[in-house]
Design a protein around this ligand. Structure first.
Ligand SMILES: Cc1cc2nc3c(=O)[nH]c(=O)nc-3n(C[C@H](O)[C@H](O)[C@H](O)COP(=O)(O)OP(=O)(O)OC[C@H]3O[C@@H](n4cnc5c(N)ncnc54)[C@H](O)[C@@H]3O)c2cc1C
Length: 493
């Protein structure tokens, strides 16, 4: 079953569509229902909403003109990168338009001397690395969707990836943004220089899920390719022993570039889809070390010894780049591979303290037995970021809702273990109703005040991140203006 969040959308204000057409040209404005269907959802495919129109601007100037047109007409808008988000962040809002950024795909400036690169938001994550790879540089955050997702979407979601354990998330690699605010003002936040006076607004924008403005220019930090990379695939006869190996590696003071785990069902799906040659095991661990050659060689031996001590049933050391790529293909294809073993699947994304991984995985295994739905586990073991993949069949009445309830139950386990609602996929519409499980009404109200300071009319991706009566079915607690706001001072500050 597909959830259509709302009833038929409000009609466009008179003349509004013509204004949009005048900005982007007839060819780049979609209002036909067949064309709009493509934009009804992102990677959270069971939640859909038809937009009023989709506009595909050619440049930042057109983005600004579209936003101004929306502000003047009071029409909400949603930025869309490449639509791979898994929490419904790019889902249209009723009566609103989608501003698709795929045509803003130019590389604007490469500054190798300062290891910086400025790009438009529609450039894909991997194209940044491809562009500078010949010179020995790369862009570190590597979501598994990196071949297709946009850097603008990465900024909005503060995306992570397998190598974020050592290198950090998008927020650690973006130094400046040009942003079109909800009223059409264009601001530059951050700079090419090491530090800036004043409050740090970049971390506020990064991860705000498209609710504070549209990024039209992104300056990222480039890293030098490490001298040496070594990759190990280790198999274990239980998730617990694999988890103990992870704990031992970290306790030994080793910071792997990546340390990923997949369970038996995830291995089977990856094998069916991309044949990485993974062994038949309860769990596989992929451990990658990078850095200076001598250091990597020494510490890699320690990692191998730890895995042996934890009774690894199979060890494979990548002998060359092709073998390494094959191992990573198995991991990076893991989500999409679920399509080989289940008609539908729900990707959950929660975080637990590393020390609680085993406990929470046991609770998930118990939930799997009770729910009757298969659950595969793929996770960034080093930073406790779980990705349970809940298999279901949307053709079976009630199973979509059942899968969503199971996914929500897993989040409760994460929170009870002292974790968080999301590690990297964002809140979007998917988890907005769970926000009160993690934050008090005062916390949520404070966050809303920040949002309203930048978008008082609430036109920029409304209905995302925060619980609303429309989404959650009951009043989540009213938005409470701060006394400063009530006195009208916020405008002047
Ligand atoms: C198979 C698969 C694997 C994935 N693996 C990972 C992973 O390893 N790590 C990870 O973090 N994520 C992962 N994701 C999730 C997704 O790819 C990321 O969230 C990605 O950053 C989304 O980029 P996008 O261009 O597709 O954005 P979209 O889905 O188009 O949009 C995502 C959000 O960003 C906003 N947005 C987009 N562009 C802009 C902009 N220029 N300015 C302001 N807001 C904007 C949208 O409004 C929306 O809220 C995966 C997804 C899939 C399908």
């Amino acid at each position: 079953m597909t959830t259509r969040v709302g009833s038929p959308p409000p009609a466009a204000p008179p003349g509004f569509i013509d204004t949009l057409r005048a900005i982007v040209g007839d060819e780049w404005l979609y209002t036909d229902p067949h064309a709009l269907a493509v934009y009804e959802c992102d990677g959270l495919t069971h939640a859909r909403e038809t937009p009023l129109a989709v506009a595909l601007p050619a440049d930042a100037g057109q983005v600004r003109s579209l936003v101004v047109a929306c502000a003047e007409a009071g029409v909400p808008f949603v930025a869309r990168g490449h639509g791979t988000g898994l929490s419904g962040g790019a889902q249209p809002v009723p009566g609103g338009i989608v501003i698709g950024l795929a045509r803003l795909n130019r590389i604007l400036h490469v500054d190798l001397a300062n290891q910086l690169m400025t790009v438009e938001p529609g450039v894909t994550n991997l194209d940044i690395t491809r562009h500078v790879a010949p010179y020995g540089y790369y862009y570190a955050p590597d979501p598994s969707s990196q071949q297709v997702c946009s850097i603008g979407g990465n900024v909005a979601e503060n995306s992570g990836g397998a190598h974020c354990l050592k290198y950090g998330f998008t927020v650690h690699h973006v130094v400046a943004l040009e942003v079109v605010l909800a009223d059409g003002r264009v601001v530059t936040i951050g700079s090419d220089t090491a530090d800036e006076p004043g409050p740090g607004l970049l971390p506020l924008l990064i991860g705000s899920e498209g609710t504070l403005g549209i990024a039209t220019r992104v300056t990222v930090r480039l890293l030098r390719r490490p001298e040496r990379v070594k990759t190990l695939l280790a198999a274990f006869d239980s998730i617990d022993t694999g988890g103990q190996a992870v704990a031992d590696i970290i306790a030994a003071g080793i910071v792997p570039a990546a340390i990923e785990m997949m369970d038996r069902l995830a291995i089977a799906a990856a094998e069916a889809a991309v044949h990485p040659g993974f062994p038949d095991a309860a769990a596989v661990l992929i451990v990658e070390l990078d850095g200076p050659g001598a250091e990597v060689a020494a510490r890699f031996e320690e990692v191998v010894a730890i895995c042996r001590a934890r009774q690894a049933t199979h060890l494979e050391i990548a002998a060359d780049e092709a073998q390494r790529a094959r191992i990573w293909k198995g991991r990076k294809a893991a989500f999409a591979a679920m399509g080989r073993i289940s008609p539908n699947y729900y990707v959950q994304d929660g975080v637990v303290p590393r020390s609680k991984l085993s406990e929470v995985l046991h609770r998930i295994a118990d939930l799997e037995r009770r729910s009757g739905l298969r659950i595969a586990n793929v996770f960034h073991a080093g930073d406790g970021n779980l990705h349970p993949l809940i298999c279901y069949d949307a053709a079976v009445p009630g199973q979509t809702e059942h899968a969503a309830a199971v996914a929500s139950e897993i989040l409760t386990y994460c929170l009870e273990a002292g974790g968080s609602l999301t590690g990297e996929h964002g809140i979007g519409v998917d988890k907005a109703c769970s926000m009160p499980k993690m934050f008090s009404a005062d916390d949520l109200s404070a966050m809303q005040r920040v949002r309203r300071a930048l978008d008082p009319a609430m036109l920029c991706n409304p209905g995302k991140v925060f619980p609303t009566p429309r989404l959650c079915g009951e009043a989540p607690g009213p938005y409470r203006p701060h006394p400063v706001e009530r006195a009208g001072l916020a405008e002047r500050l």
